[in-house]
Design a protein around this ligand. Structure first.
Ligand SMILES: [Zn+2]
Length: 354
């Protein structure tokens, strides 16, 4: 959606002016005269006249990915996404006074799940694969994270989940510098991402992976969709020291850190859920769906399973409560091993007051 609260936060991403004219079908900059069209549910605030070396594959391969990522409908916050979400809400202490940014929001699921907790929730992404409910319920902008269309010092809170691992180092620096600029002094930003570091509990994680591999060999399921999601992970921040250095360069001060050693999580993801998925997606529907682009059988099966389960999840029936139980089981990783250094991390940083 495009609310008055959103319009009040904006600045021109091309020239930086806050003198914007709110017209019925567009926002127009009074200084550089660039017109930013309003689309159904969001504003196109991509900066004009800027050429970037790096463009996310979510922007360049939008059509192919949109088929495979199945982004339009949102499930409730369960499983790994549930752990991410619960930990984010807890660490950031989201509350009713907060103006909050989901910086690189993807389909907007985390923004949607938490919009009721804050005063204003804004999602921004350069790709426009927004979920239908996100378009309807939260403020959305399409913009490049290196050139955010928001004024200085406007957000109390912000978060970025599974974003940094996609960017080369110069993009990370530009991304964090912009994030710092739009945060209020004393405002907090949470990033969840991962380095190349292995946890000391890695043997336990590997065991789940090994069990998972036996099922793949037996043809029960595959990890095609996971591979696809991780296909452009660069992990330019290779170590935890690299992470801290990047935030220091952006002038953001660490205040909380929780590591995610995925012992329980990987057992659920590599064995338990994949078995459930294989079962729920077991047969193809008789009317073959018309796919505009080719996707693998495994991806197809997984999407089919998700769609079947989603109806039941939305009604908050038994399956929902079962998956919440599994989510809490996965979250044991956070409670038991959160201080043990590993590749996956949540970090909360603060913009210092002058
Ligand atoms: Zn302008």
């Amino acid at each position: 959606m495009i609310s008055p609260a959103l319009l009040a936060l904006l600045r021109c991403p091309s020239c930086g002016s806050t003198e914007l004219d709110n017209q019925s079908d567009a926002v127009v900059c009074r200084v550089c005269s660039i017109t930013y069209p309003k689309r159904a549910g969001y504003i196109d605030l991509m900066p004009r006249g800027v050429d970037y070396d790096y463009v996310s594959k979510y922007v360049t391969e939008e059509e192919q990915l949109s088929e495979e990522l199945d982004y339009r409908d949102l499930a409730p916050a369960v499983l790994a996404a549930g752990v991410r979400n619960r930990t984010t809400v807890r660490l950031l202490n989201l509350n009713k006074n907060d103006v909050c940014l989901d910086n690189a929001c993807g389909n907007g699921k985390f923004a949607v799940w938490n919009a009721h907790l804050v005063k204003t929730m804004v999602g921004n992404d350069p790709a426009t694969m927004f979920a239908d409910v996100a378009l309807a319920q939260i403020d959305l902008t399409q913009a490049d994270s290196r050139n955010l269309p928001f004024d200085d010092n406007v957000f109390d809170k912000a978060f970025s989940l599974d974003v940094l691992e996609h960017f080369p180092i110069d993009v990370i620096d530009a991304y964090l510098a912009e994030q710092a600029r739009v945060l209020k002094p004393g405002g907090q930003f949470l990033a969840m991402s991962n380095t190349r570091e292995k946890s000391t509990l890695q043997p336990l994680v590997s065991l789940s992976r090994w069990i998972g591999k036996q099922f793949v060999k037996a043809g029960v399921y595959d990890f095609e969709r996971e591979k696809l999601r991780k296909s452009d992970h660069i992990k330019a921040l290779e170590t935890w020291e690299d992470v801290l250095a990047a935030f220091e360069r952006a002038g953001l001060k660490p205040v909380k850190v929780v590591f995610w050693n995925s012992v329980f999580t990987s057992f659920v993801e590599h064995v338990l859920m994949k078995l459930g998925e294989a079962w729920a997606g077991r047969s193809k529907p008789s009317t073959s769906s018309s796919k505009s682009v080719a996707i693998s059988d495994g991806t197809d099966r997984e999407i089919r399973a998700r769609r079947r389960l989603r109806g039941s999840l939305d009604r908050k029936g038994g399956l929902y409560y079962f998956l919440m139980l599994v989510t809490w089981f996965m979250e044991l990783d956070i409670w038991l091993f959160g201080s043990l250094r590993s590749g996956s991390y949540f970090i909360v940083v603060e913009k210092p007051r002058p």
